[in-house]
Design a binder for this molecule. Structure first.
Ligand code: GP9
Ligand code: MN
Length: 423
């Protein structure tokens, strides 16, 4: 009902974090190139296998190369919708659903998504590029609700047998072929490139492997290192190609891991990899995924702010000089002094710089020591469940239908068509 919209609206506007004045609009009108690192978890950063770095290029970025800012206390917040939940959360600052995939079950809902807002406020053209077929995760339907202008799916790429592994096109040819597609877009653009090779079952052809497999004896975990190295090399090649194409210097570049790659079914091997027992506390810590951002005019380095996928949309809006306030965004700007460092997981667990809450047990985030609950932890638990509940109300009741914003025209899904566009 519209009362439920009022409740959600009340929550998000009182939870809203004012932009950092110096950064508001610093990237106004610039391209945004967002790179999805499939199944990539933060423990890979600086991890060495037999004395050899697994992801040397991403490690350099994590240490500030190319003016990258690396958020090392950043978490995924996805549920059963996996990749699609990550996409939903990043582009809408709304949570996925407690069960199922909102991309599939709520594909006809009204959204006020980042691509549409950027288009209307700053004239961005939007595109998603991905080496799988367009109907996977119901993308071809929901992208229209998001107002995504172009969708380059597998039918736009060369999908010969030897170019495909795991779920689709290998990351190196994917990025190579994506360059002319990016060049074809009107600027400024908001482009989202979704990788695939570092995906379960983490298989890689011999000729693509430049790192030995892991030695835990768990096939999944052992293969993960190899495909992560392949992804690392693919991203390095893409950075070089973007520079050569003149698309790097003046663009905002975002990289993020979408969700955990190694599930709890592999705890034995993971305890060997991380050299620690995988307790419920440790499992929560393992939900860290990298978030990296390069903003022209800002210096690189490591940021220890706690945050999650839900925070990306308000962060990007503020950098572009668009105030997030009128929009229903459940996260807050990572660069704001008022940013909320409580990171809610889909199951109601959460992490803050002080507390980690899993299934009702409270731990010290730094040490893992079990803590008594107190007024503060009670308040946090309530806040997290309220946040998730209100977000679910928005999706289940399709509440954005009723949410009008001055300066924002509802997206007209019928105006979008994703055929094969040749470049
Ligand atoms: C499929 C790909 C993988 O197109 O994005 O999705 P996932 O299995 O990680 O949800
Ligand atoms: Mn995924």
């Amino acid at each position: 009902s519209s009362d439920d919209l009022t409740n959600a609206k009340h929550y998000t506007s009182s939870h809203y974090a004012e932009p950092n004045e110096e950064l508001f609009g610093i990237a106004e009108g610039k391209n945004i190139i967002k790179i999805h690192l499939e199944s990539f978890q933060s423990f890979l950063i600086d991890y060495e296998l037999d004395g050899e770095e697994v992801t040397p290029f991403l490690n350099r970025l994590a240490h500030g190369e190319d003016d990258i800012q690396y958020f090392d206390q950043f978490f995924h917040q996805t549920g059963q919708g996996k990749t699609s939940d990550a996409e939903l959360i990043l582009d809408n600052s709304i949570f996925g659903l407690p069960t199922g995939a909102a991309f599939v079950t709520k594909g006809q809902n009204t959204f006020q998504s980042l691509p549409a807002v950027l288009n209307q406020e700053k004239g961005h053209t939007s595109a998603v590029l991905h080496g799988d077929y367009k109907s996977f995760w119901n993308r071809d339907q929901i992208y229209k609700q998001f107002g995504i202008d172009y969708f380059f799916d597998a039918s736009s790429y060369h999908m010969e047998d030897d170019a495909v592994v795991n779920l689709g096109l290998k990351d190196k040819p994917f990025f190579k072929e994506s360059i002319p597609m990016l060049e074809s877009l009107d600027q400024p653009f908001y482009a989202h490139l979704i990788t695939l090779t570092n995906h379960y079952p983490f298989i890689l052809d011999e000729e693509d492997a430049s790192l030995a497999r892991g030695t835990t004896g768990d096939k999944t975990v052992d293969g993960y290192f190899q495909t992560a190295r392949y992804l690392d090399e693919a991203v390095e090649q893409f950075f070089d190609d973007l520079k050569e194409a003149g698309l790097f210097e003046d663009s905002v570049i975002v990289l993020y891991g979408d969700h955990q790659g190694i599930s709890e079914n592999h705890n034995r091997a993971m305890s060997e990899v991380l050299d620690t027992e995988i307790t419920p506390y440790q499992n929560a810590q393992n939900q860290r995924v990298p978030f990296m951002i390069r903003v022209p005019g800002m210096e690189g380095g490591v940021k220890h702010t706690f945050g999650g996928e839900i925070d990306v949309m308000p962060t990007l809006l503020h950098l572009q000089g668009v105030d997030a306030k009128p929009y229903i965004t459940f996260g807050t700007d990572l660069f704001s002094d008022e940013h909320d460092e409580t990171v809610a997981f889909r199951d109601g667990s959460f992490v803050t710089p002080t507390y980690t809450s899993v299934a009702g047990t409270m731990y010290d985030t730094a040490s893992g020591e079990v803590l008594e609950s107190n007024q503060e932890t009670e308040r946090l638990m309530e806040k997290v469940s309220e946040q998730l509940q209100l977000s679910d109300d928005v999706l289940y009741q399709d509440l954005l239908r009723f949410h009008s914003i001055s300066n924002f025209e509802p997206v007209k899904p019928k105006e979008y068509f994703y055929g094969t566009k040749s470049t």
